[in-house]
Design a binder for this molecule. Structure first.
Ligand SMILES: Cc1cc2nc3c(=O)[nH]c(=O)nc-3n(C[C@H](O)[C@H](O)[C@H](O)COP(=O)(O)OP(=O)(O)OC[C@H]3O[C@@H](n4cnc5c(N)ncnc54)[C@H](O)[C@@H]3O)c2cc1C
Length: 415
């Protein structure tokens, strides 16, 4: 396409129907894409946000709860507070994690407590839709953002001085920088030929919410079992009699077993989950049917190219066992927003040397966490005899070595 070369030195007045000008075009308005837009609310950047659909609350909300919930690290909560989103989240849907109990399959246990390291919480348990809807509302009110939704991109072309994104609606958006925040099967990544290595775990994450007989007291539980990794995340439960007596369960299990779980009746599933969780919270009652999603490790060696940067799941996929997925994404947002903010006045936002600063700043954390999580999962998934006592010894030792433990916690807290 040569027509915009003609515009390069042309006067500022352009045919209005031709293309709309932006500084930044974000493809994907999920948690990371909309958080990036909100992070840049106080700049004069002209931002476009493109998404196929706006986020929605779970059916039956507010009585019903989203079955996708996240453990939000204090670092991510700080970011959300800094951009003004946190105070708008419904307080009685936010749950502090005050302690964590991690158990191996032969009796090894590590206990983490916020008290041990002098903080109020290890993490917050928040529903995905609660954050997504709040961020989306902020974005729609933001004066420097134009939302294209529902809209889907059709083609992307990157030139020396700009990028052109055309939508299936026929509109064309022109920008200095395109951010791919379009999830793990990122369209932007594919269009740019940025390679990604997909390593399926042949596991499903089975998620479901339960009412519990006993209160959770802000404790998150995790069990490394022969049949997968089971977690109970404490849910706030709202201002009802369920307060403190609701959990979100995530069982990352080999496909065949996961499907078996998904096919159980509500009563049988509740029984199995309570049992696997050593009946720590008494009897369980399923709130809405369980769902399963495939887990995979996605490595993306290059997350920037001229005029393009990837954030969130488009830039990395990680096993959910350490609950870092969305937190890594929020840290991408923090770093990229800083890079954009410092560069804005003098530089071309799409300059790959500038974008490389973002890539360098993020690489280490992403790679370390991906490898650590992967190694841990493989260790616990291994059926080799003799490994089980070893890994449990590892767990118990770590529990006693407080400095190592607090280092681990601090790392998890991103502080
Ligand atoms: C079931 C499930 C459970 C999870 N549990 C956890 C957890 O417990 N803890 C945790 O930290 N992480 C968890 N994750 C991961 C977490 O959901 C992601 O890390 C996080 O949502 C990434 O946000 P994102 O903004 O990068 O991408 P997404 O949330 O995937 O958002 C991508 C957005 O882009 C839009 N989009 C994509 N392609 C196009 C296109 N071609 N055109 C227009 N729009 C497009 C989509 O509509 C969407 O709004 C879970 C993931 C799943 C699937």
């Amino acid at each position: 396409m040569s027509h915009h070369h003609a515009h390069r030195h042309a006067p500022k007045i352009e045919p209005p129907s031709h293309a709309t000008d932006f500084d930044l075009i974000i493809v994907g308005g999920g948690l990371t894409g909309s958080a990036l837009a909100v992070s840049l609310a106080d700049t004069s950047l002209r931002i476009a946000l493109v998404d196929a659909r706006a986020p929605t609350r779970p059916q039956g909300w507010p009585t019903q709860w989203d079955n996708r919930v996240y453990a939000i690290s204090p670092g991510s909560a700080d970011l959300l507070a800094h951009i003004g989103c946190w105070p708008h989240l419904t307080p009685d849907r936010l749950q502090r994690v005050e302690q964590m109990m991690v158990s191996g399959d032969a009796g090894g246990v590590i206990n983490f407590s916020a008290f041990d390291i002098g903080t109020e919480e290890l993490a917050w348990i928040v529903e995905s839709s609660e954050m997504a809807c709040e961020l989306w509302t902020s974005v729609s009110r933001q004066r420097n953002v134009t939302c294209f939704c529902p809209a889907e991109p059709r083609s992307l072309q990157v030139n020396t001085d700009q990028a052109l994104l055309s939508l299936t609606s026929g509109q064309t958006l022109r920008g200095k920088l395109i951010v791919g925040a379009d999830g793990r099967d990122s369209w932007v990544r594919a269009q740019m030929g940025l390679s990604s290595q997909h390593d399926p775990y042949n596991e499903l994450g089975v998620v479901a919410n339960f009412r519990t007989e006993l209160p959770h007291f802000g404790t998150a539980y995790q069990w490394f079992r022969a049949d997968g990794v089971l977690a109970y995340l404490p849910l706030a439960g709202g201002a009802t009699q369920d307060q403190g007596k609701m959990i979100s369960m995530v069982w990352s299990a080999p496909e065949a077993f996961a499907n078996e779980l998904l096919n159980l009746s509500a009563e049988d599933l509740a029984y199995r989950v309570a049992n696997a969780g050593e009946n720590k919270l008494g009897r369980l009652a399923l709130m809405a049917h369980a769902v399963g999603f495939p887990l995979k490790l996605v490595r993306v060696p290059q997350v920037v190219s001229p005029r393009v940067a990837l954030i969130g799941d488009a830039a990395h996929g990680i096993h959910p066992l350490t609950g870092h997925g969305v937190n890594l994404g929020f840290q991408d947002v923090r770093v990229l927003a800083d890079v954009i903010r410092t560069a804005r006045a003098v530089d071309d936002l799409g300059d790959v040397r500038l974008l490389s600063r973002y890539q360098r700043a993020r690489r280490e954390e992403v790679v370390v966490l991906q490898s650590m999580t992967d190694a841990m999962r493989k260790l616990f998934a291994s059926k080799a005899p003799g490994l089980s006592p070893l890994r449990n010894l590892g767990l118990s030792l770590t529990d006693k070595l407080t400095p190592i433990k607090s280092m681990l916690i601090r790392y998890a807290l991103e502080r």
